[in-house]
Every structure is written in structure tokens, then in C-alpha cells.
Design a protein around this ligand. Structure first.
Ligand code: ADP
Ligand code: MG
Length: 157
């Protein structure tokens, strides 16, 4: 990416398929907060950094910045996927596994691939796993690692 993409908003409920069917939970950012931010943005899979606001019920005060992989799109592989969605898989094992309602900030620093249609769920899952691997490795590279220090994550919220 020529410039990092910053997005933020509340985590809302998606279709509940990330965890159940794919083993990769994806937190959906509320669509209302994203509208104009998504204009002109290529659909597809990005990687970058994510930060979740700590909540009162969170034992681990988590305002840490974690690696993430994110899908921006219309989810063409899922039959009823027609709306624009931003879905973020955070590469961290959270102790409190439900953070819906919390505020999520993300910075996309790299783009992996456009949206594509997969002929089977198995293929989609395999591709997602590979996207996560790519994200993990790329984010160790200095040009992507430094976005972790972005002021989006450090300014007074
Ligand atoms: P939904 O369809 O509601 O998005 P998912 O099965 O995709 O459901 O699971 C996403 C939810 O899982 C998130 O909203 C969040 O509360 C929880 N979650 C737990 N760990 C993670 C993680 N590492 N990355 C993203 N979401 C996570
Ligand atoms: Mg999801």
C-alpha cells in the first residue's frame, strides 16, 4: 500500500461463521462507522495492526497492538454475503474470547490479494490460513512493523 489505511469502530456481530466453520474468528466493525472510509478501497485481504479498547470485564487490560489480517469486501464465497464488511482476525489468543461492543482500531499496511470466489469451503479455509501466515511474516518486516507505533494507537482516546 502506498499509504496505510486506518479504520475504527465498534465490534458488532457478524454471521457467526468465522469461528464455527473456519476456525478463524473475524471481528466485524460496525458498517455505519466505515462508509466513507471504504470508498475507493480495493476489496480483498489486507494485513496490519489492531488495537482493542480494554473493557471493565477484561482481566487482561488489553490495549496492546496486535498483528491482524482483515478482509474488506462482499464475501463472495458466502451465499448471502451482499453487504460491505470489514472483518478482522487478530493474531492473538484473547483470554476473554468475546469482545463484541468494544472499540477496535486497525491500520492496514499491506495488501495480499483481491476478493475471489472459492469453489469449496475447504479451499477458502486453506487460503485464509495462508493469508494469516503471510500476514504474520510480513508484519515482522521493518516497513510494516513500524506502523505499530502509529499515533492512532497512542493518542488520547
Ligand atoms: P461473527 O460472525 O459474529 O463475526 P465469528 O465467528 O467471526 O463471529 O467470531 C468473531 C468474534 O470472536 C469477535 O467479534 C470477537 O468477539 C471474538 N474473537 C475472539 N478472538 C478473536 C480474534 N483473535 N480475532 C477476532 N475475533 C475474535
Ligand atoms: Mg466474523
Amino acid at each position: 500500500l502506498s499509504a496505510p489505511i486506518t479504520l475504527e469502530g465498534r465490534v458488532v456481530e457478524g454471521f457467526g461463521r468465522g469461528s464455527a466453520q473456519m476456525g478463524v474468528p473475524t471481528a466485524n466493525i460496525e458498517p455505519g462507522a466505515l462508509k466513507d472510509r471504504l470508498e475507493g478501497l480495493p476489496l480483498g485481504v489486507y494485513f496490519g495492526w489492531a488495537q482493542l479498547d480494554a473493557g471493565p470485564d477484561e482481566p487482561e487490560k488489553d490495549s496492546q497492538v496486535h498483528k491482524m489480517a482483515m478482509n474488506v469486501g462482499r464475501r463472495p464465497s458466502i451465499e448471502d454475503g451482499t453487504d460491505m464488511t470489514v472483518e478482522v482476525h487478530i493474531l492473538h489468543g484473547f483470554r476473554a474470547s468475546n469482545f463484541r461492543g468494544k472499540h477496535l482500531r486497525v491500520i492496514g499496511t499491506g495488501y495480499i490479494r483481491p476478493e475471489m470466489r472459492f469453489s469449496s469451503l475447504e479451499e477458502l479455509i486453506a487460503r485464509i490460513k495462508s493469508d494469516v501466515g503471510i500476514s504474520k511474516a510480513q508484519l515482522d518486516m521493518p516497513e510494516h512493523a513500524r506502523a505499530r507505533e502509529h499515533r492512532l494507537f497512542t493518542r488520547d482516546q
